[in-house]
Design a protein around this ligand. Structure first.
Ligand SMILES: [Mn+2]
Length: 503
């Protein structure tokens, strides 16, 4: 899926929508697109919805100084094309509007079903970088319009912690290419907080709650802009001895959360998801994430929506997260297989792809799987298996030849989410299916496995920087020929592929 911006010119009535509570990245992305369309003679509107008008001073100055024609709307006559930027249509922080056609341009993790017209580059530091690349493809020079160059640079700046978290080459390209107004950027950077907000942050920081024996802390802030929560949590995380933190504030409709982590043992987006499970939602990146607890869901679960009850609820969840998650590394020691049962693999049709077709030798690619993202170095003997549920995982040829048989049948992919690998250097997305061939996982191979009764973060020998998460009901598996080789199999996949046998 990808967008050529020139294709948008076929639409007559276009509305560009930022997420609710738009930030600089969303405004910049929408603004640059709006300028591109205007230059091509297409009239578009730039809007955002939600509960609140823009109030943050740096954003108000950005809108004013760069003359960004953004409108706050509560209703919208269905346009021919609705294009969401820095967010995905259908997400909870994107007010729903009807439209004939939908398009999405974003850089967050996939969280919805994307429309055909979409550009999602999850490894980019900002949506502004995505827009920059799309404009570049059309031969649009952002520096011809200093306001556009300044907006895109500021979007990148704010989304990457002041450029500190730039990792993708496209982000570096924008940083180095944009001839932004130094004066404007200096002004925005230094009007990031109002006096009231600084006072709110100061008061909040005085009231940090530390938990004896645990490397995390939390803070309740007075009601404030979500951006301020991020400022507070960034600062809190800098405290010595903390590896993660939670900052929240209670708003009329729910609790807004900001989560940070600086440890590879805690993915901030997973922690945010855990904290809000059943009561809202959370997500983001591995080091920075956010979430929301919805007031109406509190009531439905019979919980009191009071500051005291909310604090105890969040303390309880943080404590559970830390006390119930076990961290392990595969390949270190033999697994004690007491209590494990024998499971035989059923004959299952699967697919495989030879990694060497995906990138140059020695290069790394990111494989997106249901259980998490895994980085794999491309070597001649590495294969990528397409599992029974559409899940994908790497396998060495030697192991493959022991447990699989190749087949000439055409390969039919069983899942909904078409798997892809991402070249971490170029950001290029490669669809796996054109390279997929059929194979049969040979019945008869067996493993030891045991149902997990706890939350397990397992670092596999494939990727020691990023863990697989297993939860209660998933299975921990051990290869009979190598008791150090342990891995997690999600329950729904396990049920389809294994059956218990006598030991
Ligand atoms: Mn963004």
């Amino acid at each position: 899926m990808s967008i050529k911006l020139s294709r948008l010119l076929a639409f007559n009535n276009i509305v560009i929508q930022c997420h609710d509570n738009p930030d600089a990245d969303a405004l910049a992305s929408g603004f640059a697109l709006w300028r591109y369309l205007a230059g091509q003679g297409v009239r578009a509107r730039l809007v955002y919805g939600g509960r609140a008008l823009l109030t943050k001073c740096n954003l108000l100055s950005m809108v004013e100084r760069l003359e960004i024609p953004v409108e706050y709307v509560t209703e919208l006559a269905p346009p021919e094309l609705l294009l969401t930027v820095d967010c995905q249509y259908g997400e909870s922080n994107v007010t729903h509007f009807e439209a004939e056609h939908i398009a999405v341009i974003d850089h967050h993790q996939l969280s919805t079903t994307l429309p055909a017209l979409s550009e999602l580059r999850s490894n980019y530091g900002s949506c502004s970088s995505v827009i920059f690349k799309l404009l570049e493809n059309e031969g649009f020079e952002i520096n011809d319009d200093p306001d556009v160059a300044t907006a895109l640079f500021y979007g990148l700046y704010t989304d990457t912690g002041g450029l500190a978290e730039i990792s993708h080459p496209a982000d570096r390209d924008l940083r180095d290419h944009a001839r932004y107004s130094k004066e404007d950027i200096l002004y925005f950077r230094n009007s990031n907080l109002s006096r009231e907000e600084l006072a709110i942050a100061g008061e909040a920081l005085e009231n940090a709650i530390y938990e004896e024996g645990f490397p995390y802390a939390m803070i309740e802030s007075k009601p404030c802009d979500p951006n301020l929560l991020g400022v507070i949590s960034d600062m809190l995380l800098e405290v010595e001895g903390l590896e993660s933190c939670l900052v929240y504030s209670i708003l009329p409709f729910g609790v807004k959360l900001s989560v940070r982590s600086c440890s590879k043992d805690v993915k901030a987006n997973e922690l945010a998801d855990f904290l809000t499970e059943g009561l809202g939602g959370g997500g983001g990146h591995t080091t920075k994430a956010g979430g929301i607890l919805k007031k109406d869901l509190f009531a439905m679960r019979g919980r009191t929506f009071s500051p005291g009850a909310i604090r105890e609820f969040l303390r309880g969840r943080m404590h559970r997260y830390y006390s119930e998650s076990i961290i392990r590394y595969a390949g270190v020691e033999d697994e004690d297989i007491t209590g494990f049962k024998h499971y035989m693999k059923k004959d299952v049709k699967q697919g495989y792809v030879e990694a060497r077709y995906l990138s140059e030798y020695g290069k790394k690619v990111l494989i997106r799987t249901l259980e998490g993202d895994v980085e794999v170095e491309v070597e001649d003997d590495v294969l990528i298996i397409l599992g029974v549920d559409g899940e994908i995982y790497p396998c060495r040829r030697e192991k493959f030849e022991r447990s699989y048989k190749t087949s000439d049948d055409p390969y039919i992919y069983p899942g909904e989410y078409v798997p892809a690998v991402i070249n971490t250097e170029t950001g290029e997305r490669i669809e796996l299916l054109p390279y997929a061939k059929s194979c049969v996982a040979l019945g008869g191979s067996w493993i030891y496995a045991k149902e997990l009764d706890h939350r397990l973060k397992l670092f596999t020998t494939w990727d020691t920087d990023s863990y697989y998460l297993g939860v209660k009901g998933d299975y921990l598996a051990v290869r009979p020929d190598d008791h150090k080789d342990i891995y997690i199999i999600a329950r729904r996949i396990f049920d389809k592929t294994y059956e218990e046998v006598e030991g």
